[in-house]
Design a protein around this ligand. Sequence first.
Ligand SMILES: [Zn+2]
Ligand SMILES: [Zn+2]
Length: 266
Amino acid sequence: MSSDAGGWDGRVRRARHLAAKNDSAAALLEFYAVVLTCQGDLARSIRAGLPARPTGSLEDDLSIVCRAAPAFVGAVVARAPETLAAEGRRLLDASERLLGDALLRWWGAPSDREFFPKAILQPYARSLADAGVTPADRTLPRTNNRCPFCGGSPQLAILDPVTASAVETGGRRLLCATCLGTWPFRRVLCARCGEEDEHKLAYFRSPAFDHLRVDACDTCRHYLKTVDLTRLGVAVPLVDEVAGAPLDVWAREHGYEKIELNLLGL
Ligand SMILES: [Zn+2]
Ligand SMILES: [Zn+2]
């Protein structure tokens, strides 16, 4: 697993930088910068509460996460669009036990349509990864298209400059939607259905986003976006993927479904 290079602060800086360029996704990126800032604060609270050697079981750590979560939810609610804010207010009104149940449910059966559990458990999973402790009670399949650390779905793909160590995969990695770690993944291979016939795999680029690409599969009709670090080394994949929102609109219009919606639901 790769380390969390740059961490939350690096993601916040990148989101603010891209928002200031005031392109079509500026409002989205401004909100994402708020969310990432709050996730950074949440990560610090969780880390401070975790024992020096966590067990890796969310159930064991649940009270720590549930005590840290309301400050996060409240801060997001203050800046969120109304539908999301209403969802957050419901969580704030719920008992700690109900919040804990929602988190445990999501941990075992993640959905990319539930903002708050995903947003709260990303920093938790990241904290486990940073501590080198494998999640103990996340019994998701560890197929090669899922995160070998936590079983999460791929949020996006990354192309790195090909170094000797990455020759086999052509420098391609997938980034986990839960723990945000990455793992190597063969270059010509659908990250959802495993299609490897290059005639069934299509790549689309737009001049507006030189370092982004839509990788689509005509067998399962799913796609994910690739952030090409050989074209833009300063990109922060998680954030640049969100900035490429117009490509999601384009892909959807062409009949492709995203493997995993990003945190902002795109
Ligand atoms: Zn993961
Ligand atoms: Zn496929």
